[in-house]
Design a protein around this ligand. Sequence first.
Ligand code: ASP
Length: 305
Amino acid sequence: MMQLFEAVPAAGQPSLALHGGAGSRTQELSLTEGAPYAHGLRAAYQAGWQVLAAGGAALDAVCASVAVLEDDPLFNAGRGASLTATGQAELDASVMTGAGRAGAVAAAHRARNPVQLARAIMEQTDHVLLVDPDVEFLKAHGLEVAEPGWFVTEHRRRQLEKVLTGRAAAARHGTVGAVARDTSGRVAAATSTGGIVGQSDGRVGDTPIIGAGVYARDQLAAISCTGHGEAFIRGVIAHDVAARVKYAGATLAGAVRATFAEELTRRGSDGGLVAVGGDGRIVVAHNAPAMFSARGPGPDPELTL
Ligand code: ASP
């Protein structure tokens, strides 16, 4: 069953929405277990909201929010990311502005905040996507370097062990992302993940693929996705939503519903996304049983757990 929430900010107000991953696990979360996730989502929302409320850029806001979630070990991005079959944290991240600039990184091992690395690739190189730039690259671009053990938590080690020994399904949960529209009307999106628990080393999902896990265009939309990465790549999900708005004249919510129905649900795949429209409207949607999200409008976010 698809869930969709829509909100429209007051005139002149910025918009912000975040996700902390879609999956099935939250159905089992008791309220006390949910509390730390709610705390993390709120802290991340506030980091982005502060930027927007001060008149800052949508790009700065989405990077600020995503960096907070990357540092929070509960979410599958940065520290606490899910581990590959050999126990590695291989981090994918992307960022895109409504002006059409984009940067992404796949399988990063040493950047403390992969979203900042994606941004540096966008702003400081001629490239869009790099695979695991080395420590010299990170230092040369002013990025914080993490020690190899920084990303790997005990919880994730145990989870991997359970998945590899068949005691748990290869649950996906916790990929993070943010979309924003600032008071100047510019939009941006960012997404960051450790991928799927027990994935093959070197597997790259939709997160760093522009148009699949992330997309932004001023006057149109900014979108950040989470879910079954291969399906999101095949359906070019983020771009498919924007294209329905642009070429078919769909509303943002209508475009999201159609993309999910035709490209995901019909093909037996699930996930979710957060989106802002060119007019600032916010759409949060998932066909997975649950998704962590925080959405405006305003300084106090509505949460879904
Ligand atoms: N989309 C991510 C990937 O496939 C995983 C997720 O969002 O849970 O790498």
